[in-house]
Design a protein around this ligand. Structure first.
Ligand code: AVJ
Length: 320
């Protein structure tokens, strides 16, 4: 067995630097916001894994079932020597793809912003797939495209619906960036959540056990720890809502009273009035026609789409 290599393009110092600048601009804005990437410290990554097992959170299990069904077909459409997975997290669902691609594949490149999640996943995959070299890349998926290794026909997998975390302008730029990095006949394997009944969507982001609430509130702990802030977590509540116009789920943290927060490392004091909300995530949902058009606009040619029987999730294979 070869030991996994970790390539670090984002050091803990770089991360804190980015967090500082994001926190300063987001928390001093008229409508306060923070990018969802800041959820994923070790605790946040762990809470996300718990979310994936909640009865209300259907995306992970739906995508896993789709992958189990069509991994063979994806492997024969893409026949990659190298599989690059953006935002790989625990790489849990990827195992189906790795098995199906075993004839052609020699390298798996998981990329994630969380070193702890990546280390664990890279080690486990190397043990389970001794024939495959594993190169973990620690970076932010939006900024990592030019760091990705090359060598043989590649496929980029971007699963779980994480594309939905980007606002439409960023999304177009990101997809065009992936297309630009890939050569002719290399492919993208994309998993996206589909627009469905808000009665199904909203509980997926507001579960009865309160795990998503903890996940959302954890971002305040990240600010407290990393930036010497003093957010009182008990003074905020988790909010999840469906924005029908933008076709996205929005998560927010709502202040339960007037309060002021000191962010020591930014030498910054900010105030919240009771009821004020801080936006922490958008999770856009798609239609098959909509995402197909976005892929084509970015320079991809759609090869195949799979959806579950309830039309809640789609896997797409697109080629340069
Ligand atoms: C990891 C971005 C796909 O948007 O569904 C889960 C994150 N947020 N519950 C999603 C998330 C709240 C998740 N992604």
């Amino acid at each position: 067995m070869s030991t996994p290599i970790l390539e670090i393009f984002l050091t803990p110092d770089d991360l804190v630097e980015q967090l500082r600048s994001d926190a300063r601009s987001g928390l001093t804005a008229q409508a306060k916001w923070l990018a969802p990437v800041w959820f994923y410290d070790a605790r946040g990554s762990e809470l996300f894994e718990q979310i994936t097992e909640l009865p209300e959170y259907y995306p992970t299990r739906t995508e896993r079932a789709l992958l189990a069904e069509c991994a063979g077909e994806i492997a024969s459409l893409t026949t990659p020597k190298m599989l690059i997975e953006l935002g790989s997290g625990s790489s849990e669902k990827t195992r189906r793809l790795l098995e199906a691609m075993s004839d052609s594949l020699h390298t798996y490149v998981p990329q994630d912003v969380s070193v702890t999640a990546l280390e664990g996943a890279a080690k486990a995959i190397s043990t389970e797939f001794p024939g495959i070299d594993v190169i973990g890349v620690v970076s932010d998926f939006t900024g990592s495209l030019h760091h990705l290794p090359s060598g043989g026909r590649r496929a980029v997998a971007f699963l779980g619906g994480t594309l939905g975390n980007l606002i439409p302008g960023e999304r177009a730029e990101f997809l065009a960036g992936v297309a630009e990095v890939l050569g002719q006949s290399e492919s993208l394997i994309l998993g996206v959540g589909l627009v469905t009944d808000p009665a199904v969507l909203v509980p997926a982001y507001d579960d009865s056990a309160g795990v998503t609430a903890q996940f959302n509130l954890n971002v305040l702990s990240v600010l407290n720890k990393q930036l010497g802030a003093n957010f009182p977590l008990e003074a905020f509540r988790h909010v999840a809502l469906w924005d029908a116009e933008n076709q996205w789920i929005e998560m927010r943290l709502e202040a339960l009273r007037d309060l002021s927060v000191r962010i020591e490392d930014l030498d910054l004091d900010i105030t919240f009035v009771s009821g004020e909300q801080l936006r922490t995530e958008i999770s856009a949902k798609f239609t098959v026609d909509g995402i197909t058009a976005e892929l084509e606009a970015a320079g991809f040619r759609l090869q195949k789409v799979w959806t579950d029987a309830d039309q809640r999730f789609a896997l797409l294979c697109a080629e340069r």
